[in-house]
Write a protein that binds this ligand. Structure first.
Ligand code: ADP
Length: 308
């Protein structure tokens, strides 16, 4: 006997977005809630597909119950305000946001290949050509962000998403800030322990764009070596190592003089002595090979590239 009823466990969950047209007419857009993508500090992320356009998105769900404190609401509003103003090939695209009775939903460009965190977990570390390829993309996004006076302040492998075309996309603007004017300094202590810049820990003169450059140095080291340079088993010791700029390159991992030189030039305690983004791209590390590929083949998500 034909049936149009699905097993209740297989039934699709539909999320409805109510919209009001300028003439006052209300219409509803529906999304199929698909697979779970991951969990962050506040948000859970699911794949959503618009029933009308069939366009898939990554949807961040924030329960309204987690937004009762004014600080949490302010933080979300700031994330939305900054992220929705950005549009760049290497920044996770912001589609739009809406709410229903229970949640706030943020619809983002879907990045199906997870983040550099999962890639490093599978691969342990990357070849220098891969590091070149990913870092060139990150620098192009950072140039854009900084030109728009936005400091990300939480750059780390887990916030560097990879889409189906193997392009890097910087995401999660939860700790980002926008400078009011050139020369403005920010004072909030924020970031992720392993990647936090020494001037944020010091907290005396405030901080600016150079904190993202520091985190980029930590990212390059981590992609190359497989673990962050200042990592220890407790946060206090990590902070102490950052303040002393105490890290080494392990002897058992072969790496070029050029990449070591680039990392040490970036991980400078004095923010003013760090190279800027243009100087980073001019560094000899990016000019050792004939050409840096625009994107890597998908098999490198799990296996090293062949050495030819
Ligand atoms: P939070 O701001 O709460 O930390 P995140 O932005 O880090 O939340 O998102 C939580 C998780 O959701 C991520 O670790 C990732 O697994 C997944 N995720 C977030 N954005 C995307 C995206 N654009 N595409 C695919 N997965 C995503």
């Amino acid at each position: 006997m034909p049936t149009d009823r699905k097993d209740p466990t297989e039934q699709e969950i539909l999320i409805e977005e109510k919209k009001t047209k300028p003439n006052g007419e209300v219409y509803v857009r529906k999304y199929i809630k698909g697979r779970f993508l991951g969990k962050g500090g506040f948000a859970k992320c699911y794949e959503f597909t618009c029933t009308e356009t069939k366009q898939p998105y990554a949807a961040k769900l924030l329960p309204k119950s987690s937004l009762t404190k004014s600080r949490a609401r302010q933080k979300l509003l700031s994330e939305i305000k900054i992220h929705r103003s950005l549009k760049h090939k290497h920044v996770v695209g912001f589609q739009h946001f809406f709410e229903d009775h229970d949640n706030v939903y943020i619809l983002l460009e879907l990045c199906t290949n997870q983040t550099l965190n999962e890639i490093i977990r599978r691969r342990k570390r990357l070849h220098e050509l891969e590091v070149q390829c990913y870092v060139v993309q990150m620098v192009s996004a950072l140039k854009y962000l900084h030109a728009h006076k936005v400091i990300h302040r939480d750059l780390k492998l887990g916030n560097l998403f990879v889409n189906d075309k193997m392009e890097i996309k910087i995401g999660d603007f939860g700790l980002a800030t926008k400078l009011e004017f050139e020369g403005d300094r920010k004072r909030t202590i924020c970031g992720t322990p392993n990647y936090i810049a020494p001037e944020i820990l010091e907290g005396k003169n405030g901080h600016s764009y150079e904190v993202d450059i520091w985190s980029l140095g930590v990212i390059i080291y981590t992609l190359l070596i497989g673990k962050p340079p200042f990592e220890t088993s407790d946060v206090k010791t990590t902070y102490k190592k950052i303040r002393l700029n105490s890290y080494t390159f392990p002897d058992n991992i072969k790496c070029s003089r050029e990449i070591k030189d680039l990392i040490s030039s970036i991980l400078h305690l004095d923010p003013a002595k760090r190279p800027n983004l243009t100087q980073i791209l001019e560094h000899e590390f990016f000019h050792m090979n004939a050409a840096i590929p625009k994107a890597l083949p998908a098999y490198t998500l799990a296996c090293p590239p062949s050495e030819s």
